[in-house]
Ligand binder design. Structure first.
Ligand code: NAI
Length: 338
C-alpha cells in the first residue's frame, strides 16, 4: 500500500488501511463552536473528564470568556482558547480528536435540512482546516443536518488527500440516549440498564431505533412499539418546541457528545468500545449509515451486523432509504459542485 496516497488507500476499503497502535498519552481534544449552546456544557463536561489531557476551545466569538471560566475548575485538563478563522490553526494544532458543534440550531417549524444552507459551509471550512492542521485527528460531527454534514466532511478530506473513513464519525448518540430513556420509562427499568441500538441517520424517519434488539427485552404491543419509535424520531422537535425559539437540545446533546468523546479517547488508548455512529458504511447500499460500530485505536474497526428486524423496523428501514440517500447526495454535491 506504500505507493497509494491516503485517499486511494481509503477508497481501497477499511481493511486496507494500516492500523494504529494505542496511545498512552492523554489526548488533546478540540471543540469547534465552543461558545455555543452545546459547546459550553460540552466543554464543561470535558474539562471535568479524567480522560482528557488538553481542551482546545474555538469559536468565532466569545471563546476567551468560556475558557477563562472553565480554567478555574480544579481539574488537570489544560484549557486553551482561540477566536476567529485566523486562529483556527492554533486551536487545531496537535489535536487527537476534533468535536464540531459549530453552526445554527433549529427554531420551531424548521427541519434539520433547513439548516443546510448555513451549516454546510461552516462544516466544509472547518474540515478543510482540520485536513491542513491535524490530518490524523478523529473528527466527530454534531452540526446538523448530520445526514449531509458527514458526507460533506468526507468529500473535503478526500480532496485534501487525508480521508480516513474510520476516523470520521457523525454523532447520533443523543438518539440512543433518548431511546434508552423512553424505553426505560415504558418498561419500568432503570435507564442505566437499558441499551437500544439506533441505526440509519439523524433526522426524522431516518432515525430507526431497533426496539426488538434492546437489552433488556422490550415486550410491548406493536402499537406501543410504533408510538415509542415515533417519539424517539421526533424527540429533537419536542425540545425545539419547548424552547420556543431559543434553540434545540443543548444539555442532553452536550452530555451525549461528552460520553461519545470519552469513548473515542478510550478507543484511541486501546480499549474496544461499541458506539452507535453515522459513518461511511458498507452494511447497506447507502454510502453512509448509522449503526453500532466497534472503535479501536484506528477508529472504526468493526461494523456490528444490523441483526434481524421486526416487521415495524423492516418497514422503517425501507422508508428511510430515499430520504437518507438524498441527504447524502446533497452533501456530496455541495462540495463537488459548489
Ligand atoms: P448555538 O447557536 O448555540 O451555537 C453554535 C456555535 O457555533 C456558536 O457559538 C457560533 O458562534 C459557533 N459558530 C458559528 N459559525 C462558526 C464557525 N465558522 N466556526 C466555529 N464556530 C462557529 O447552536 P447549538 O445549539 O450549540 O447547536 C449547534 C449545532 O448542533 C446545530 O447545527 C444543531 O442543529 C446541532 N445539533 C445536533 C444534534 C445531534 O444530535 N447531532 C443535537 C442538537 C443540536
Amino acid at each position: 500500500l506504500g505507493h497509494l496516497n491516503p485517499s486511494e488507500i481509503a477508497q481501497a476499503g477499511l481493511q486496507a488501511l494500516p492500523t494504529s497502535a494505542p496511545s498512552s498519552k492523554k489526548p488533546r481534544v478540540a471543540v469547534l463552536g465552543a461558545a455555543g449552546g452545546i459547546g459550553q456544557p460540552l466543554a464543561l463536561l470535558l474539562k471535568a473528564s479524567p480522560l482528557i489531557g488538553e481542551l482546545s476551545l474555538y469559536d468565532i466569538v466569545g471563546t476567551e470568556g468560556v475558557a477563562a471560566d472553565l480554567s478555574h475548575i480544579d481539574s488537570s485538563v489544560k484549557v486553551s482558547s482561540a477566536t476567529g478563522a485566523e486562529k483556527l490553526s492554533d486551536a487545531l494544532y496537535g489535536c487527537d480528536l476534533v468535536v464540531i458543534p459549530a453552526g445554527v440550531p433549529r427554531k420551531p417549524g424548521m427541519t434539520r435540512d433547513d439548516l443546510f444552507n448555513i451549516n454546510a459551509s461552516i462544516v466544509r471550512d472547518l474540515c478543510a482546516a482540520v485536513a491542513k492542521y491535524c490530518p490524523q485527528a478523529w473528527v466527530a460531527i454534531i452540526s446538523n443536518p448530520v445526514n449531509s454534514t458527514v458526507p460533506i466532511a468526507a468529500e473535503v478530506f478526500k480532496r485534501a488527500g487525508t480521508y480516513d473513513p474510520r476516523k470520521l464519525l457523525g454523532v447520533t448518540k443523543l438518539d440512543v440516549l433518548r431511546a434508552n430513556m423512553f424505553i426505560a420509562e415504558a418498561i419500568g427499568k432503570a435507564p442505566e440498564s437499558v441499551s437500544v441500538p439506533v441505526i440509519g441517520g439523524h433526522a426524522g424517519v431516518t432515525i430507526l431505533p431497533l426496539l426488538s434488539q434492546a437489552t433488556p427485552r422490550v415486550d410491548v404491543s406493536a402499537e406501543k412499539a410504533k408510538a415509542l419509535t415515533e417519539r424517539i424520531q421526533d424527540a429533537g422537535t419536542e425540545v425545539v418546541k419547548a424552547k420556543a425559539g431559543k434553540g434545540s437540545a443543548t444539555l442532553s446533546m452536550a452530555y451525549a457528545a461528552a460520553k461519545f468523546a470519552e469513548s473515542c479517547v478510550l478507543a484511541l488508548q486501546g480499549q474496544a468500545v461499541v458506539e452507535c455512529a453515522y459513518v461511511e458504511s458498507h452494511l447497506t447500499d447507502l454510502p453512509f449509515f448509522a449503526s453500532q460500530v466497534r472503535l479501536g485505536p484506528s477508529g472504526v474497526e468493526e461494523y456490528l451486523p444490523l441483526g434481524r428486524f421486526s416487521e415495524l423496523e423492516a418497514k422503517g428501514f425501507e422508508a428511510l432509504k430515499s430520504e437518507l440517500r438524498g441527504s447524502i447526495q446533497k452533501g456530496i454535491d455541495f462540495v463537488r459542485k459548489g
